[in-house]
Design a protein around this ligand. Structure first.
Ligand SMILES: Nc1nc2c(c(=O)[nH]1)N[C@H]1C(S)=C(S)[C@@H](COP(=O)(O)OP(=O)(O)OC[C@H]3O[C@@H](n4cnc5c(=O)[nH]c(N)nc54)[C@H](O)[C@@H]3O)O[C@H]1N2
Ligand SMILES: Nc1nc2c(c(=O)[nH]1)N[C@H]1C(S)=C(S)[C@@H](COP(=O)(O)OP(=O)(O)OC[C@H]3O[C@@H](n4cnc5c(=O)[nH]c(N)nc54)[C@H](O)[C@@H]3O)O[C@H]1N2
Ligand SMILES: [Mo]
Length: 765
């Protein structure tokens, strides 16, 4: 890691030479300069592998190499030459590893052997795959009730592995599927079906080429979906308006230098992205959305009465929707002074944005975690849908709603049945295809799984990827629950916190990554994934596996199933593992939308899973799209003046709990992460000085003290009453009960805190 530690102004645009330089450094650090570079050329190509980074789609998977700094980092992270071997585990007790940072743990490299925790020596020792599977089978069979086991999925898991996983778990007898999506876009999956009849976005990549304006709420494209910058840059150059709402002036929302554009690179110029970037208060989006819609409906009323002109799409509203009257009534009753106070934006700014939206024939509304990770996440998503519906911006060329998904296959995992609330039709098709009766009772999501563990109702935790222990809220409470499990199992590629905070027995099962050759009885296999825009395509690994002892995720599921269900299983697991085409045939049998699955993934670019809302076919109870008003501004009622709203965000150099480095170039932070972004005015108002160190303490009424210590105050252009720090360092501050009641999404982006002068004013080492 480069040793520089500083806070400084970073004036370069997003992308450009800074991105090339950063990726080069990362490749060297991971020891993959040559291999990594050739690996990168195969990413997102017709015959290559799908980027294990984000879920943003590719232009038909047929373009020449599309440079993406963070996609490159994700690949190099997986293709690293470093190895975490049994010798490494022999040299360190787990207690010692508990003192290592997350960065240090993952920097040990790829896991090479299955390992089992040994209490006597406090170390992980190598174990055979058969022994590991037998341990899982023994524990699961011993549980008096299958609902005492939890089966987590992180969204890198392929459709094939995810389908087998849910098949195993349902044959075993539970719907307990806590999923990374529960911490991410669940507000979309739960909120949108009530509005539009579908829990996914309604746009395709080509809509970005035709739209007149793009509104971006709470999403950081330059860091978390950098390939989106190409679409935004093109739209901006075409003259489409781009209006962003974010408490940070994220650099990629300001300007972008396209690494593939020789002129911008040679002349050091860049393209402006947002025509307006509104620094909304943390949690202020509901107020903005109500303000925007208030202008629309009141302007429409005025124009209709004065000039017989419609500002809203009344044909669409009458023909396709229900409930507009209640929405209009609520908006009319909403006062501007409240909107301004809650959003932190002026009426004039909101009016200007609303007029741009009103005049645009086609608009796209993009959003990310800044919307979903709030107590009112699902309702906020519904307000975004309302905004679209008022102008008929759903199911129209160049228009629509665009939730930007997280993990590269988080959407696909859901599509193929990893869900704690399975639809009856899906279960009956599963039963028909496989001949066993799947459980119908709803299972646990992340929050309810954690509650079950805390109360001792769940005893076994199995994790298909991810690093749940670091990703969840309320560490003091939740980590204890992990330590009290009878068994914790993690299918992983790298060592992480979830292996350290473990149950009485614990297993680490190392798996192949997406870049690697997956050789099975019928030959090398491809897997499939679904991106943010519901395009499904194949991905074929090309690299030699990091170790000869790795197994593929589907093979690991089959091993667990075999050891748990034995001969009573009605599934022929071996056949599925020999040839993944057969898994895809089974997926097609259960989910008709995958019609001709194997044939269609062989087409260049794969195929699109149709979104009913895109076709204006509303799969809601009423058969129409629903306007769903939201009274007030959420339950984040006004707190004392000294309370700050903290939002937790990703740095430019991290992938969720994985840190590529300790820097965050675009925000001017180098070599450190224990910082609190806050305005100079707030620092002064509270009697502090920039660079002073403070402790952050959650404001809650449950008597539990939640604190993280020694954060440096970094004066940053940030809205009043708000501050920001990095995830996962701030996760101990989020109370488990602080989640959206509809979607159970933890409110990671709206944490009321107080800051106090730190006892020790020194930097952590
Ligand atoms: N390189 C990289 N790529 C990734 C990931 C990664 O960690 N690294 N993670 C993947 C995953 S799982 C996901 S879910 C996505 C996440 O991608 P994003 O949705 O972009 O997630 P965040 O960076 O957490 O936050 C998004 C933005 O919301 C803003 N924000 C914070 N609070 C608020 C608020 O109250 N209102 C508004 N309007 N904005 C707010 C933040 O300043 C930030 O710019 O990216 C995926 N891609
Ligand atoms: N405070 C706060 N908390 C948050 C968020 C936030 O914005 N703020 N964001 C939330 C969101 S959006 C998400 S999605 C979650 C993320 O939660 P997770 O998905 O659980 O976490 P990751 O950090 O993505 O998991 C990293 C680990 O995945 C394993 N891994 C990587 N690739 C593979 C693979 O191909 N197969 C397998 N089996 N394992 C692999 C590696 O061992 C690595 O250590 O965190 C959530 N937590
Ligand atoms: Mo996510």
């Amino acid at each position: 890691m480069s040793g520089k530690k500083s806070i400084e102004r970073y004036d370069e645009p997003a992308g450009g030479w800074g991105a090339l330089r950063a990726l080069g450094e990362h490749l060297i650090e991971q020891d993959v300069a040559i291999k990594g570079a050739t690996t990168l050329l195969r990413m997102n190509q017709p015959l290559g592998f799908d980027c294990p980074g984000c879920a943003w789609p590719d232009p038909k998977h047929t373009s020449s190499f599309e440079f993406c700094e963070n996609g490159g980092k994700a690949v190099a992270w997986e293709a690293t030459a470093k190895r975490c071997t049994p010798e490494f585990f022999a040299a360190h007790t787990v207690t010692e590893l508990g003192t290592w940072s997350d960065y240090q743990l993952e920097m040990t490299g790829r896991l090479t052997h299955p390992m089992a925790y040994d209490q006597a020596t406090d170390r992980y020792l190598p174990v055979s795959w058969d022994e590991a599977f037998a341990t899982i089978g023994r524990h699961l069979s011993a549980l008096p009730d299958p609902n005492m086991a939890e089966f987590y999925t992180s969204g890198r898991t392929s459709n094939e592995a995810a389908f087998l996983y849910q098949l195993f778990v349902r044959e075993y007898g539970t719907n307990n599927f806590p999923d990374c999506s529960n911490m991410c876009h669940e507000a979309t999956s739960v909120g949108l079906p009530l509005s539009l009849g579908v829990g996914k976005g309604t746009v395709l990549l080509e809509d970005f080429d035709r739209t007149d304006c793009i509104f971006i709420f709470g999403q950081n494209p330059g860091t978390n979906s950098p390939r989106m910058m190409t679409s935004l840059r093109d739209a901006s150059r075409r003259g489409a308006a781009i209006i962003s709402f974010n408490p940070f002036r994220e650099r990629s929302l300001e300007r972008f230098q396209a690494p593939r554009n020789p002129i911008e690179m040679a002349t050091l110029t860049s393209t402006p992205i947002s025509s307006r970037l509104h620094q909304v208060k943390v949690g202020g989006d509901l107020a903005v959305l109500k303000g925007l819609m208030k202008v629309l409906v009141e302007e429409d009323e005025r124009l209709r009465s004065e000039r017989q002109i419609e500002a809203l799409d009344w044909d669409f509203i009458h023909g396709h929707t229900d409930g507009v009257e209640a929405l209009v009534a609520d908006l009319k009753a909403t006062r501007w002074e409240d909107i301004e106070r809650r959003s932190g934006l002026s009426r004039a700014a909101i009016e200007e944005a609303a007029h741009i939206y009103m005049k645009a024939e086609k608009a796209i509304v993009v959003y990310g975690m800044g919307i979903t990770q709030h107590r009112h996440g699902a309702k906020s998503v519904q307000q975004l849908a309302n905004l679209c519906l008022l102008k008929g911006n759903i199911g129209k060329d160049g228009a629509g709603l665009c939730p930007v998904r997280g993990h590269s296959n988080v959407q696909g995992d859901r599509t193929v049945g990893v869900t704690e609330i399975p639809a009856a039709e899906f279960l009956s098709r599963l039963e028909k295809r496989f001949g066993f009766k799947p459980p119908t009772a709803h299972g646990h999501n992340v929050v309810t799984a954690l509650e079950a563990m805390i109360q001792g109702r769940a005893r076994v935790f199995i994790s298909m990827g991810g690093n749940i222990v670091a990703a969840i809220p309320d560490w003091q409470v939740t980590h204890d629950a992990f330590r009290r499990l009878a068994l914790s199992v993690h299918v992983s590629t790298k060592l992480n916190r979830s292996h350290i905070v473990h149950g009485s027995e614990a297993l680490i099962l190392p798996c192949l990554g997406r870049t690697e050759i997956d050789l099975q009885a019928a030959g090398p296999q491809c897997i499939t994934v679904e991106d943010s825009m519901s395009m499904v395509h194949a991905s074929t690994g090309m690299n030699k596996p990091a170790s000869e002892h790795l197994k593929s995720e589907p093979a690991i599921v089959a091993g667990m199933a075999h050891a748990t269900l034995g001969i009573r299983s009605v599934v022929d697991w071996e056949i599925f593992i020999a040839d993944y085409n057969l898994i895809r045939d089974a997926i097609e049998d259960v989910f008709p939308i995958f019609d001709s699955y194997n044939a269609r993934i062989r087409l260049a670019g794969g195929f699109h899973l149709t979104s009913t809302a895109r076709e204006r076919n509303w799969m809601t109870a009423s058969g129409k799209a629903n306007f769903l008003p939201f009274e007030g501004f959420g339950d984040d009622s006004d707190l004392d003046d000294d309370v700050l709203w903290l939002t937790s965000v990703r740095s430019h150099d991290q992938y969720n709990t994985t840190l590529y480095s300790l820097s965050d170039r675009y925000r001017g932070v180098f070599g450190q992460r224990d910082v609190l972004f806050i305005s100079a005015e707030e620092i002064e108002k509270r009697g502090f000085k920039p660079d002073e160190r403070v402790d952050l303490v959650t404001v809650s009424d449950d008597g539990i003290e939640r604190v993280v210590r020694n954060f440096k105050l970094v004066a940053h252009g940030f809205p009043a009453g708000c501050c920001a720090a990095y995830y996962p360092e701030t996760n101990p501050l989020v109370p488990l009960q602080a989640h959206d009641p509809m979607s159970f999404t933890p409110s990671y982006k709206g944490i009321p805190i107080r800051i106090m002068r730190a006892f020790v004013q020194v930097e952590a080492v």
